[in-house]
Design a protein around this ligand. Structure first.
Ligand code: GRF
Length: 207
């Protein structure tokens, strides 16, 4: 029996395949109690609703600036007793107030091997650069974009003739493998962070 229980919010702006991977994970799935989106039409919201997970949309256009948007989001997290946040295709940068409210408790997944190709177009930028290997990165979120300490990475080879349509599904497969593991490690207190270096302790098997 696992003693760990947790309240995790997943933030998503789009399709939500990473959200789905988290929901489908036997350990991390039950921890996901809230999905937050900045877009009312995000398919991720339907995925959450299909599982009976609560959803909240915080739309930037109803807030005068980023700080106000952040405060509104933070209030939602507090109302739901959220302890950890997993960003999964959330296309907005979290402001300092939000990041500081959850020190070392926010993860992001990025579709490239950071620090290469940060930003909103990691897959496209890697292809255009002509790299032979790209991949995915899970990192802790700090106040800079795609910058915090790296928790996990998986390399994905770029094949001859690859374009976004052929490469992206392989990037997603890697994401769906490593993200649930990283969320489990975070929540189970198995991430040991010293500066930029993150050690991931082994999962205990004696429970
Ligand atoms: C993923 O590639 C993730 O790395 C990036 O946004 C994409 C979201 O995909 N941050 P999905 O919505 O989880 O399918």
């Amino acid at each position: 029996m696992r003693a760990v229980d947790a309240r995790v919010a997943v933030f998503a702006s789009g399709s939500g395949t990473n959200l789905q991977a988290l929901l489908d994970d036997p350990v991390a799935g039950p921890w996901v109690v809230l999905v937050v989106s900045d877009r009312p039409d995000a398919y991720a919201l339907e995925r959450a609703q299909a599982r009976g997970v609560e959803t909240v949309v915080v739309e930037p256009r109803y807030h005068p600036d980023r700080a106000a948007f952040d405060r509104a989001t933070l209030e939602v997290l507090r109302e739901h007793g959220i302890e950890y946040v997993a960003l999964a295709g959330f296309m907005r940068i979290l402001g300092p107030e939000l990041v500081r409210a959850y020190p070392g408790r926010i993860l992001n997944i990025h579709p490239a091997l950071l620090p290469s190709f940060p930003g909103a177009h990691g897959v496209r930028d890697a292809l255009e650069w002509g790299v032979k290997v790209t991949g995915v990165t899970v990192h802790l979120v700090d106040e800079e974009m795609d910058h915090g300490p790296i928790v996990a990475q998986e390399a994905v080879p770029v094949l001859e003739g690859d374009d976004r349509d052929s490469l992206e599904p392989r990037i997603h497969e890697a994401e769906h493998r490593i993200y649930p593991k990283a969320v489990r490690a975070l929540v189970e207190g198995r991430l040991k962070v010293e500066g930029r270096i993150v050690r991931v302790l082994e999962e205990r098997t004696d429970e």
